[in-house]
Every structure is written in C-alpha cells, then in structure tokens.
Design a protein around this ligand. Structure first.
Ligand SMILES: NC(=O)c1ccc[n+]([C@@H]2O[C@H](COP(=O)([O-])OP(=O)(O)OC[C@H]3O[C@@H](n4cnc5c(N)ncnc54)[C@H](OP(=O)(O)O)[C@@H]3O)[C@@H](O)[C@H]2O)c1
Length: 340
C-alpha cells in the first residue's frame, strides 16, 4: 500500500473492466488508490493512448487482460504525485508503456495511475508531454520495425516501404518516421477516401487494399517493395510477402484483420524475403535508444500528424472504442485528462 500523502486524491474516475457471468463489462467508476494494483509510483494522468489492443480488452474481444477487475490502457504520460522510488520525484513528467500495463497491472484509463517504479520512463529528451503521448506505442512500434529493417540492410535508395492499415495509428507514425528518414512510403488502405490525408501524412503513393486482394493471386507478384510494415495480417500479409523484392523484409506488427494468413514458401526460397515479428514491449536498452531517436533524428513532423489526432474524454471512451474495433476511426486517438 502507498503511504498516505496529503497531495493524493481520495477518489478519482476510471474505466474498469470486469467479468460478470462470463461476459466482459467495462464501466466508468469512482475508485480509490487501494483498489489499484500495487506500485511505488502514483501518477496524475495527462494523456492515455487509445490503441486497438485496448479496444479489444475493453470489449472482451480477445484474451488480453490476465486478471479482473482491471483498468485497461497500455500507455500514458503523466506527472508523478508520489514516489517511494529513488530517482523518481514528485512533479516529474513520465511515460509508461508495456510491462503488462493495462493487462496484468492496472493501466492508463484512469485519472490517477499507480505503477511499479521499474515500469517508469523519464519523458524522452526533445519531446513535450503532448508530443510524447501523440507518438506513444504506435511510433515506438514503427521505430522498432525501421531499426530491424536497417539491420537487414534497408536504405532510402533500396526501394519503397509499404504500410498496410494505413488509416491507423501505427501507420500514421510509420509514415512520419519513414518520411523523416528519407524513405518512400506506399500506403495501403481499404478506405481510398483517406488518400489525400495519407499523402499529407507522408505517403508518396496510396493503393486500394480491396483492389489488390481482388486480383487473382499469383505465386509471386511484381516485386514492388524493399520492406513492408503489416498492421492487418490475413490475405494482405500473404500479398505483401509475394510482392516484396529480393532480400526485402516484411515486419508483422498487427492483426486488425486476422490472426492467421496463408503462405507459400516461394517468397523465401526464390527472393530471400524475410518475415520478422515486432513486439513493442522491448527491453530497456532498446527503449532508451529508440525514444532518444524519436525525440531527435527520427522525430516525425508533428504538424503533419496533428490533423489526424483526436482527443476524447473518459466518458467517450467506450463508444469510441467500439467504433475503433469496427475500423471506423482513423489516425491517432488520445484520452485527454488535462484541460485543453
Ligand atoms: N506488435 C506490437 O507490439 C503492436 C504494437 C502496436 C499495435 N499493434 C497492432 O497493430 C495493429 C495496428 O494498430 P493501430 O494502433 O494502427 O490500430 P488502428 O489505429 O485501429 O488501425 C488499424 C487499421 O487497420 C485497418 N483495419 C481495421 N480493421 C480491419 C479489418 N477488419 N480488415 C482489414 N483492415 C482493417 C484500418 O485501416 P484502413 O481502413 O486504412 O484499411 C485501420 O485504420 C493492431 O492489430 C494492433 O493491435 C501491435
């Protein structure tokens, strides 16, 4: 239990997820600190990213949360109210993501959050709290993919990089980071009405996912891409593998469409294509390295992201997350706790 502290609120609002009669139910509640999972650091939340995975958790659409009741929300930026840990001081602005936040530990969909000190990052240099929250897990994930591509030899002149689920948050950040680092980006979306917005966000070409998948599949397609970030899985991942050029690399990031895909060995044995997995819950060394880059030479042009950024409140979270799962939202969404 956290030591009593006059500055700590006695009660605060959170969206908490329960299982009732075998059904997942999320609701807005008033909580006290002692109802949260243990930790040495208490944070006044400023911004929580609303991720696809969080939406699955809130509506019980996948087995993500490991113990109930649980406050979901895998990432936040906020100010320390109380700390029992050396090196973390009240008033400091911090970032928390991964380490089972919002899964095995209570997470970000709460005005006040309590976390283990071992899960707390200092705000990265070169980013304001709002910039850091805007980039968040989606940009960190995209940066992991780019770092892996570079290890596999990708350079700006290797060829275009494809990004699927282009209307989503990971794609938005990936477009910004790749544009900043001199890569040509091909955005692939089911919603061509977003084409102008995707070009404004950094894509040099926009392709219609439905058209690509409607064509009769060939054993190997025209080799178009030096690398690809796949956010959707299913037939799109198979198509990307068949469309990747010699020695190219496909990063499997997400499952917005499906957990599975059908494949052929031909891209691997005819073109030396690599398929790599990305998990944003990275070790500390990589977190420090990539957040330092996201605050400096890989920092996307935030002005290009702002038109795709939406703010919601705790009261709006549940209907918003339903729309997210239905693929009706686009860009990056932040739950905002401070006053604009
Ligand atoms: N590996 C990791 O560590 C990691 C980290 C972050 C996110 N992820 C995963 O990466 C994926 C993308 O995350 P995100 O934050 O960008 O999600 P998001 O903001 O919800 O965007 C997902 C995008 O995928 C497309 N999409 C949605 N439903 C679809 C469907 N049924 N079939 C085909 N396409 C669909 C949509 O793009 P269009 O409408 O433009 O086609 C949508 O904008 C999610 O699966 C997420 O869980 C994984």
């Amino acid at each position: 239990m956290t030591a009593p502290d006059a500055a700590l609120p006695t009660s605060f609002r959170a969206v908490r997820t329960h299982v009732v009669d075998g059904r997942t139910e999320s609701r807005l509640e008033a909580l006290t600190l002692d109802e949260l999972s243990p930790g040495e650091v208490v944070i006044r939340n400023r911004y929580a990213g609303v991720n696809f995975k969080d939406c699955l958790s809130l509506h019980g659409k996948a087995k993500i949360i490991t113990g109930f009741p649980r406050v979901a929300g895998i990432e936040l930026v906020g100010d320390v109210l109380h700390s029992d840990a050396a090196g973390i001081a009240p008033g400091q602005t911090v970032l928390v993501h991964g380490f089972q936040t919002g899964i095995a530990f209570d997470g970000a969909f709460s005005e006040v959050v309590r976390v283990p000190a071992a899960h707390v990052h200092a705000l990265p240099a070169g980013l304001t709290p709002l910039e850091c929250a805007t980039l968040g897990v989606p940009a960190f994930t995209a940066a992991m993919a780019l770092e892996r591509f570079q290890m596999e030899g990708l350079r700006p002149d290797s060829g275009p990089v494809a990004i699927t689920g282009a209307g989503g948050a990971v794609a938005l950040m990936a477009m910004g980071i790749l544009a900043r680092t001199g890569h040509q980006v091909v955005a692939i979306t089911r919603r061509m009405e977003q084409a102008d917005a995707l070009r404004a966000a950094g894509a040099s070409e926009v392709l219609d996912a439905s058209e690509l998948l409607a064509a009769p599949p060939r054993a190997l397609e025209k080799p178009r891409f030096a690398a690809a970030i796949d956010n959707v899985g299913g037939p799109m991942l198979s198509w990307l593998l068949r469309s990747t050029q010699d020695q190219g690399c496909v990063a499997c990031v997400g499952n917005a469409a499906s957990n599975s895909f059908d494949g052929s060995v031909l891209p691997f044995i005819m073109r030396s294509v690599k398929l790599v997995g990305i998990v944003a819950n990275a070790p500390w060394e990589q977190r420090h390295r990539l957040w330092a880059r996201l605050g400096s030479d890989w920092k996307p042009d935030v002005e290009r992201i702002i038109p795709q950024l939406s703010f919601i409140t705790l009261d709006e979270l549940l209907p918003f997350s339903e729309a997210q799962l239905a693929g009706r939202n686009s860009g990056r969404a932040l739950l905002r706790f401070d006053t604009p």
